[in-house]
Design a protein around this ligand. Structure first.
Ligand code: FES
Ligand SMILES: [Fe+2]
Length: 329
């Protein structure tokens, strides 16, 4: 069972988070999601998605178990109170004489957007926009989504795993790396107001294009928000790029999602590529779930580091600097 105790981290409270695949929010079918200890009901009208508290103010029943009335209200399944897209109560069937509803009959709604095939929700006032991923705007971009991947680990541990290359030859042996080529050459690290980037990363991969031909691949990695990172393989002419976004469900419960985009191989099916990402993630999850402490230690003395961990170290320093409390220790 998930605790319904909201987690009060100001940084994550005032930020956009992916909570669902946009296609999973269907007309007339409310969907329950969880974010930072809050249960949220998503429902869709013809024009937009609405995110509201998933608890009826009458007797606390889950509104996502209800239905959508006439494209304009979510209806509680228990006694059928209705709430419009702004969270205002519009109907109480047990007492139809009431037409002026008190504030206490209303529910809370949240800011919500659809972007990159995902539903993004902000509980508070987001201080930054949803990140822009330039590759998605390119003319020949072929994009798809992966996830949800449910992980019993803290969200910062999941992000750090995503930017860690040194595990490829062992955790992803034969897929992303080869134990005969375990070394991570030095790379360029930059930290600025936009986050952290690591460029000029060259790494041996056994089958980077699916042709069976091993070669050195060049990567650029970026951490653009506390719980959002991305990489790009290749160059401007031919690229393969993934962004990772992690839903902070609870301090040690996360949901990872991937936005994947490439500008080549249109004949390769997205389902096939998604299966590959599923396989990679299935190898990562037991590693990350076994990590102790579960929260990411921001005191650098607490864990041993390799020279090639400098991006992870920069991430931990950055989280400490912005004072992220959630999922860290
Ligand atoms: S519990 Fe929702 S209307 Fe009664
Ligand atoms: Fe991995």
């Amino acid at each position: 069972m998930l605790s319904d105790t909201p987690i009060d981290d100001p940084i994550l409270h005032n930020a956009w988070h992916v909570v669902a695949l946009a296609d999973d929010v269907k007309v007339n079918q409310p969907l329950q999601v969880h974010l930072l200890g809050n249960a949220i009901a998503l429902w869709r009208t013809d024009e937009k998605i609405i995110a509201c508290q998933d608890r009826c103010p009458h007797r606390g029943v889950s509104l996502s178990m209800g239905w959508v009335d006439g494209n304009k209200a979510i209806v509680c399944p228990y006694h059928a109170m209705s709430f419009d897209a702004d969270g205002r109560c519009t109907r109480i069937p047990a007492d139809l004489k009431i037409t002026c509803f008190p504030q206490t009959a209303n529910i809370r709604t949240y800011q919500v957007k659809e972007k990159y095939g995902f539903v993004w929700v902000a509980l508070g006032e987001p201080e930054q926009n949803i990140p822009t991923f330039a590759e998605w705007e390119q003319r020949n971009a072929i994009a798809f989504q992966c996830g949800p991947y449910f992980i019993n680990a803290s969200a910062p541990r999941v992000v750090e795993n995503f930017v860690d290359i040194a595990h490829f030859p062992f955790t992803h042996r034969g897929l992303l790396g080869d134990p005969e080529f375990p070394e991570v050459p030095n790379y360029t690290l930059a930290v600025d107001a936009d986050g952290i980037s690591a460029s000029d990363i060259h790494f041996h991969q056994p089958n980077p294009e699916g042709t069976g031909e091993a070669k050195s691949v060049s990567y650029v990695y970026k951490i653009v928000r506390p719980l959002i990172a991305c990489f790009r393989k290749g160059d401007d002419i031919r690229y393969f790029s993934i962004f990772l976004t992690v839903t902070p469900v609870a301090e040690t419960r996360s949901i990872a999602w991937l936005g994947v985009v490439r500008n080549y191989a249109p004949e390769t099916s997205n389902d096939e590529l998604r299966r590959f990402q599923d396989e990679v993630m299935a190898q990562d999850i037991p590693m990350v779930e076994s990590q102790r402490p579960q929260k990411l230690p921001l005191n650098l003395q607490q864990e041993f580091h390799f020279p090639c961990d400098k991006m992870s170290i920069a991430y931990r320093k950055w989280l400490k600097q912005i004072n992220l409390q959630f999922g860290t220790c």
